[in-house]
Design a protein around this ligand. Structure first.
Ligand code: ZN
Length: 136
């Protein structure tokens, strides 16, 4: 089995934002020369999530609106006593900091309308995202 590891920096510009990293993940898989296996995309942060969905402007705003509605800022969260971002930690906890994808014939397998996004929850910042492909 081969293992191929990358770490990419993703710059975000807003507090809550989606950044499409599909092309980075696809490039990573190509560079790995791994034909069949799995690729992990994993954020090294507690206030970021990785999600998969359609890259459409209205839907992107819908996702941001839904996250802000479900995890509202300043609701008396206890973590806000030491750090003003409990809402971002909670969203990351329940949405999740990683996704995994199948690799078949050297390509990332995903649906036509599936793109891979970093979901920034406490930006703007520079975010480190690990991409790791395992297989043969
Ligand atoms: Zn915090």
């Amino acid at each position: 089995m081969k293992v191929f590891f990358d770490e990419i920096d993703v710059l975000t510009e807003s507090r809550t934002e989606l950044v499409d990293i599909s092309s980075y993940v696809e490039d990573h898989v190509r560079k790995s020369n791994i034909k069949n296996g799995f690729c992990l995309a994993y954020a090294l942060h507690s206030t970021v999530a990785i999600i998969v969905n359609e890259h459409e402007t209205g839907l992107i705003q819908d996702i941001i609106n839904k996250v802000e509605k479900d995890f509202p800022k300043g609701m008396g969260w206890l973590h806000d006593r030491i750090d003003d971002n409990a809402d971002a930690h909670l969203a990351s906890t329940f949405i999740g900091p990683s996704r995994i994808f199948p690799i078949k014939n050297g390509r990332l397998v995903k649906g036509k309308w599936q793109n891979i996004f970093v979901l920034e929850l406490d930006g703007p910042r520079t975010r480190k995202i690990v991409l790791e492909t395992l297989g043969e």
